[in-house]
Structures are given as structure tokens and as C-alpha cells.
Design a protein around this ligand. Structure first.
Ligand SMILES: [Zn+2]
Length: 349
């Protein structure tokens, strides 16, 4: 993922819209000042809504003023907004579109209406702007402001970058399916059930438990060693399968969760987390032996986010569904795809 800040100049906005934007900047400042004053004096509660704001701004813009004033008040205490503030609207309440004649317009709500105004797309912002237009990127809030006689807008864009000719392979290690791998852009995936690992663990756990009751310490340790050998063999097989899978793609880069990530996942904490650690270590060194680069990524939200649009989705057993874009997939493969898309760090394991 990269985050790029886009600043663009509006192309010859008409006099009427410039006048309204100017008004909006001042009303926006007054709105924020009124909120901060109200909180400081105790007249307003922190959970204020647009119902307590009496001005002509669109409610999406009022809402953004509340959000910003709240963040600034919490961070800095009372504020004195002396200058006009860029007015803003949140990510869902503005648009970037292409018109029939090919110009790019930014549309946002203001006072009397939504204004759609062309912007200059210079070379430095061309890629992020196109990513948003193609629906491949997440955009932030939009800010509109004036510098001298010119009007500008500013927003950030978040999107994935895949280096030319590389195939990222995202790997999700889990309880239900011990391995899920997805090759980005190549449409290949692999899913290995965790049944065998679970069987081995259950079998030896019950053996250990019964020996513990009998107080047979040496026999119990022998069982422990046997279990370790079984798991090690299994991990060798699994890591070999994964490396063979990755090896069939052009310039594969294996992306895998950080060990800390695995440790933090509650269902893996405890006695058996070493199985997963060992599997991860085997994958890393076997991949490196095969000349395949391995990177670790931060696994936060990889199982909840939609790998198609990036919004939060929902998981029901093995099934992932995104309500925002309708995408559905095996939950572990969705997680693997998200891991593959993340910006990775070279693995040092
Ligand atoms: Zn989605």
C-alpha cells in the first residue's frame, strides 16, 4: 500500500461558485469555533450532532466540521480559529469523475448545491487520480481552500503497488485450514486443511493427559518428543508444498504474517503456537533455498477486510462476504489475498 497526497488546482471556477466557496470557508470556521467554545464552556456535549448546528452547509460538511473540531479540541484543547478553514467533506461525500470530453471533475456538497468543477491533472498526480477513477483506490476526506486568487482541493489516496513482473503470494496460516495461499494477479490459490495437524495434537494431548494422571513423567516426555517429530514432518511437507506452489509463478514473492501477528491471534496463543512458528520458519528457509524472496507483513484486519474493495466485510465460518461490493470468497483465501497485497518487510527469520 502507498498513500499519496493529491493537491489539485480547480480549473477556472465560475464567479458564483468562488463566492459560495468563500462563504463556506468562513461558515466552516465559525462552526468549528462554535463547537470548541461550546465544549469549553460546557454548553455542548461531546456527542453533538448536526441538529445543534444552525447554518446552511450541507450536513456532510457540518459532520466533517464536527469531526475535525472534536479531534483538534481533544488534541490541543481550546482553539482560536483566526483564519478561514479549508472546508471539507468525508470520503463518502465527494466524487471524482470523468466528463464526456475527458476532463476530470471533483464534485462536493457545499451550501446551495453539489458543485462539479474540473481540476488540472498534472503528471505527479495522474496515477493516484486514475486509480480512484478506476475504483482501485481508497480516497480520504476532501479539503477545499483558497491560496491567493486560486482555488485548490486536497485529498489522500491509498492503493496497492505491484512491481512490474512480480507475483506476490499471500500466505495465511490458520487453525481450520492450516495453509491458504493466493497468487495475486495470477489467479492461483491453494488451500490445505488443518485436519491432520489437529488430529496429531488431539491424539498426543490425550496420551499426555492420561500419563500425567498416572504420574509417568518419563513416558510423558517421550510422548511429547513423538508429537514434536510428527508435527515437524508435517511442517516439512506443508512448507514444501507451499514453495512448489509459489515456484510455478513468475518472480514469486512470498508474503507471510509476522511472528508477533501469529502470537497475538488469541486462538493460537498457548501451547501449540510453536507449531505455527515452526511452519513459518520452514517456509522461510525453504523459499530462500529455492531463491524465492520472503517478506513479512502486519496481519491486522487481514481476515476482516475485503480483498476486492478494502472495506470491512463479515466472516461466517469459512465464508467471507463483503456488503460494500458484494465480493464473496473462502475466508482464508480472502485473508491470504490481503496478506499478499500488503507492503512487506524483508524477512529476517
Ligand atoms: Zn468489498
Amino acid at each position: 500500500m502507498v498513500t499519496v497526497t493529491v493537491t489539485a488546482k480547480f480549473h477556472q471556477p465560475t464567479r458564483s461558485r468562488r463566492r459560495e466557496w468563500q462563504d463556506a470557508m468562513h461558515v466552516y470556521r465559525d462552526t468549528k469555533q462554535g463547537l470548541v467554545d461550546g465544549w469549553a464552556s460546557g454548553e455542548l456535549g461531546m456527542s453533538v450532532t448536526t441538529a445543534s448546528i444552525d447554518n446552511d452547509l450541507y450536513s456532510a460538511v457540518q459532520n466533517q466540521a464536527i469531526r475535525e473540531a472534536k479531534a483538534e479540541y481533544k488534541r490541543d484543547g481550546w482553539m482560536d480559529y483566526t483564519a478561514a478553514q479549508p472546508f471539507a467533506t468525508n470520503n463518502q461525500n465527494w466524487k471524482l469523475e470523468t466528463t464526456d470530453n475527458g476532463s476530470v471533475v471533483v464534485g462536493f456538497p457545499c451550501i446551495s448545491q453539489w458543485w462539479y468543477t474540473p481540476i488540472h491533472v498534472h503528471d505527479e498526480i495522474r496515477e493516484p487520480v486514475e486509480r480512484v477513477l478506476e475504483g482501485e483506490a481508497k480516497k480520504s476526506r476532501l479539503q477545499v481552500y483558497r491560496r491567493g486568487d486560486e482555488w485548490f482541493c486536497s485529498f489522500t489516496v491509498e492503493y496497492d503497488t505491484v512491481p512490474e513482473g512480480e507475483t506476490p503470494i499471500g500466505v495465511d496460516i490458520g487453525e481450520r485450514h492450516i495453509l491458504a495461499a493466493h497468487a495475486l494477479g495470477a489467479d492461483g490459490s491453494m488451500l490445505v486443511s488443518g485436519k491432520e495437524a489437529r488430529y496429531v495434537r488431539r491424539k498426543y494431548r490425550s496420551l499426555r493427559d492420561s500419563l500425567q494422571e498416572a504420574g509417568a513423567l518419563r513416558a510423558r516426555n517421550r510422548v511429547g518428543n513423538k508429537e514434536h517429530r510428527r508435527i515437524r514432518d508435517l511442517n516439512h511437507t506443508l512448507s514444501r508444498r507451499l514453495v512448489d506452489f509459489a515456484d510455478q509463478f513468475e518472480n514469486p514473492v512470498v508474503r507471510i504474517e509476522t511472528l508477533e501477528g501469529i502470537r497475538d491471534r488469541t486462538e493460537w496463543s498457548g501451547v501449540h503456537s510453536w507449531h505455527f512458528h515452526q511452519l513459518q520458519t520452514f517456509i522461510t528457509y525453504k523459499a530462500e533455498q529455492a531463491g524465492i524472496r520472503v517478506e513479512t507483513v502486519d496481519p491486522a484486519y487481514t481476515s476482516q477486510d475485503c480483498s476486492s474493495c478494502g472495506e470491512r466485510g463479515s466472516r461466517n465460518g469459512d465464508h467471507f462476504r463483503c456488503d460494500s461490493c458484494g465480493y464473496e470468497r473462502h475466508a482464508d483465501l480472502n485473508a491470504a489475498a490481503n496478506i499478499g497485497k500488503r507492503e512487506g518487510e524483508p524477512c529476517t527469520a
